[in-house]
Ligand binder design. Sequence first.
Ligand code: FES
Length: 589
Amino acid sequence: MSDTFKKTPSKDGAQPEREPGGLRKSLTNYGDNGFSLFLRKAFIKGAGYTDSALDRPVIGIVNTGSAYNPCHGNAPQLIEAVKRGVMLAGGLPMDFPTISIAESFSQPTSMYLRNLMSIDTEEMIRAQPMDAVVLIGGCDKTVPAQLMGAASANIPTIQLITGSMLTGAHRGERVGACTDCRRYWGRFRAEEIDETEIAAVNNQLVASVGTCSVMGTASTMACIAEALGMTVPGGASPPAVTSDRMRIAEMTGTQAVQMARDGLTIDKILTAEAFENAMRVLLAIGGSTNGIVHLTAIAGRMGYDVDLKALDRMGRETPVLVDLKPSGSHYMEDFHKAGGMATLLRELKPLLNLDTLTVTGRTLGEEIEAAGPAFEQDVVRPFDRPIFPQGGIAVLQGNLAPGGAIIKQSAANAKLMEHEGRAVVFENAADLAARIDADDLDVNADDILVLKNIGPKGAPGMPEAGYIPIPRKLATAGVKDMVRISDGRMSGTAFGTIVLHVTPESAVGGPLAYVQSGDRIRLSVAKREISLLVSDDELAARAARHPVTVPKAERGYRKLFFDTVTQADQGVDFDFLRATEHRGTTPRS
Ligand code: FES
């Protein structure tokens, strides 16, 4: 008989002498732990395992492969490589599925499902026996959902990114999703190209499986995961279909076993200082505005609040150094060839907390040293030659957004960042769709487009509809950008002078709800101001005349979502999923 079934020795007949590990963890409750383990092993042996295999540290591997998710199209190869790494290090790999979310296959919007995926991830990590877990994610909401769930489960955790797609070419021009998707679609709307050409472009924008090839949300979260210390060094940048990506996967499996042996739980890595490093990187890469919402949610799971004003102060001393679209001109595969995150972190070193721990058990500073010396490249700029002199994201305040709003200043039009104009208001996404291209829409290039009811509760799920299209009659006249304001989000691949995440949102009665067409609005990015030039008395009178009805649902996940989702400044997480213990604020000002 294997020692597996011997009764666990105990002190005073009550407490086991050591924490159970491997298959002995998370036993199903039949009222007899010995029987629970006996039954568990009997069933898993049905798959052909030996006692020797079952006595090893168990490494769970979260499989988010799905036919609906081409951004994770390399999941089978990644899992094979992770398993190889786990077995080389003496562990037992066990892959299991969770929800997979792909941006363009998620109705009403992927953000609506992020928290559900985080619950799935947390509870399956808790429910099943594993000594460490490898999270395989890539598409925009998957990495945040996995880190949120794993942060709450708090076991040794390592993130494996699926990797970016390759770029394609259209008539000699290099193209990649999805900055170029938007650019070509804008040209099609402006009737600069015809249906034949837009169909040809459609074939070229996504040249392989993998995540969007620019510094969109997926690439942003990959860089953030590495900056947090949650990936092996170099884990952010290898494209999905490369041998480098497979090597990272094998290394990830090997490291997961070491983390299990060392008891290197996620709470030792996700500290306030690590979040500060991640925010520094978010600013320096010209990263997606979604990154701040996701970081806020992950930090909330660890008991930290994100101080948006401190983040803005940090932004004033952090230039954008990474020359990737949409802020710059390159793609993720170029960033990888330029050394990836090691090149950036080396440049940012004076601004980083170098003592933070990573999944390797070494500090971020030690990993930067281990990456070796800098070399000639043109993707990561030196401090004295930045893409943009300040961080990519600026935090705005004012009577239109008492809880704050943000703008991706590195992807905005410099001429519009100090602007006052007349509001042209759309009440919701349906109103926008119905009127934006109408010939009789009363709109000029100097106006400010305002879209309400696309916040966390408004749409629901805070869709990436903040990239309001330029009205067709202005687009065909050559207008490329206008100031646009909403309580929604914007894809990290988008660009323009676009104010997002206005908090509180209009659906819960934020001041945005009471903006009317013809009102004057002032945007000053230099002063970090977003102001509605309407008196408080007038706004109160409008609120009294047309009180807001906060959306509700009768049942199911939709009800849970409406009842518990928080605003953008809280990460749009469910209120009951945040850590119960408050540990502090990040970044420290
Ligand atoms: Fe999946 Fe862009 S759609 S990463």
